[in-house]
Design a protein around this ligand. Structure first.
Ligand code: UDP
Length: 327
């Protein structure tokens, strides 16, 4: 079985990717520093603890497993935090990815699947966000991911590294079998915070801004189920294994939901009241991020199966009531 090095394999999306890789016949090797990840979530292949900033440790792991490809999830990923501490984003995400890319190239591993973000597009009112769209991030998180995309292009030109870049919209839901799920500490994402408010773990959900230029005044996002998202990543590995060129795909459904709409769906799915408080805008938030592209469906053969908002909230709610990890 081919090894795939999964950085961030102990995190929310990375752990779901490991499960999907195993199901597709690969051995996912998790490389994670466990700062935001959970060793309990590493269930589908070997675990190697390490930091992206530790080049010697990366070299050791490449030599030990000789991976066919890298799937790179490990990153700081919070828009709000990135505006408070941009240095952490440039160091961990950009310098860390540079180490990883150089280690991969030096080890002769020239296939790279990268977790990027629609935050690289920034706030482009009225523009259809497809893969050809100009990237003008409005927060340090998006800027760090755009820089890594540029790096991959340069290493492709000079060293023959081939990459599939996925620009995610908002990832939600969890493993339908309940083996793994979304669990961050501290939590910052809309759906898990809302579920906390619903079952009393928090007093209320604060809506960040009600004066945006949208029909109900709250931000609009495009939510995609984590299982659909990681299925695309397995197809990304197959794309590279099949010898195809570097490329980039948006991963979203093309449907936008406002924060208030997500609140309404959550109330319906859980059959409970969502306590809300209306608050200030969160710095760095774009008004509307909705994918304007179905290129992954057409060209990668991606078939999203669980990405209705109701199903995502249903899967998240099931995990929320039963699942968590311990340090
Ligand atoms: N949001 C909110 N209250 C919260 C967390 C998030 O109103 O406690 C909003 C946030 O402003 C954004 C949307 O929900 O418009 C999704 O935010 P999240 O942090 O989940 O993902 P992001 O879009 O930042 O990747």
């Amino acid at each position: 079985m081919k090894n795939i090095l999964v950085t961030g394999g102990a995190g929310y999306i990375g752990s779901h990717a490991c499960k999907a890789l195993k199901a597709a016949g690969y051995t996912p090797v998790t490389y994670d520093n466990l700062i935001t990840g959970w060793q309990d979530a590493v269930k589908f292949g070997p675990f190697e603890q390490g930091d992206l900033l530790d080049r010697a440790r990366l070299d050791e792991v490449f030599a030990k497993y000789q991976p066919a490809a890298v799937m790179h999830f490990a990153a700081l990923s919070q828009v709000g935090e990135s505006m408070k501490d941009p240095g952490a984003y440039w160091r961990n995400n950009v310098v860390g990815s540079l180490n990883l890319i150089e280690a991969a190239v030096d080890a002769g591993c020239l296939q790279f699947v990268f977790s990027s973000t629609c935050a690289t597009y920034g706030d482009q009112d009225g523009v259809t966000l497809d893969e050809t769209c100009v990237q003008q991030p409005i927060n340090a998180y998006g800027a760090s991911k755009r820089a890594i995309e540029d790096m991959l292009e340069n290493f492709g030109q000079s060293h023959g590294l081939r990459s599939v870049i996925f620009r995610y919209f908002n990832v939600a839901g969890g493993d339908p079998e309940g083996e793994i799920g979304e669990f961050h500490q501290p939590e910052t994402h809309l759906i898990p915070l809302m579920l906390d408010a619903i079952d009393g773990k928090r007093p209320a959900l604060t809506i960040f801004g009600t004066d945006y230029d949208t029909p109900d005044g709250t931000c609009i996002r495009d939510y995609v189920h984590v299982c659909d998202l990681v299925d695309a990543h397995v197809k990304g590995v197959e794309w590279l294994q099949g010898g195809k060129d570097s490329t980039v795909f948006n991963l979203g459904t093309g449907d936008g939901f406002s924060v208030r709409e997500v609140v309404a769906y959550s109330a319906e799915v859980t059959n409970k009241v969502v306590p809300i408080v209306e608050g200030e805008r969160r710095p760095g938030d774009a008004t509307k991020l909705v994918s304007g592209s179905s290129r992954a469906i057409r060209e990668l053969g991606w078939t999203p199966k669980r990405s209705s908002l109701k199903l995502m909230i249903t899967d998240a709610w099931r995990w929320h009531q039963s699942g968590h990890y311990e340090k």
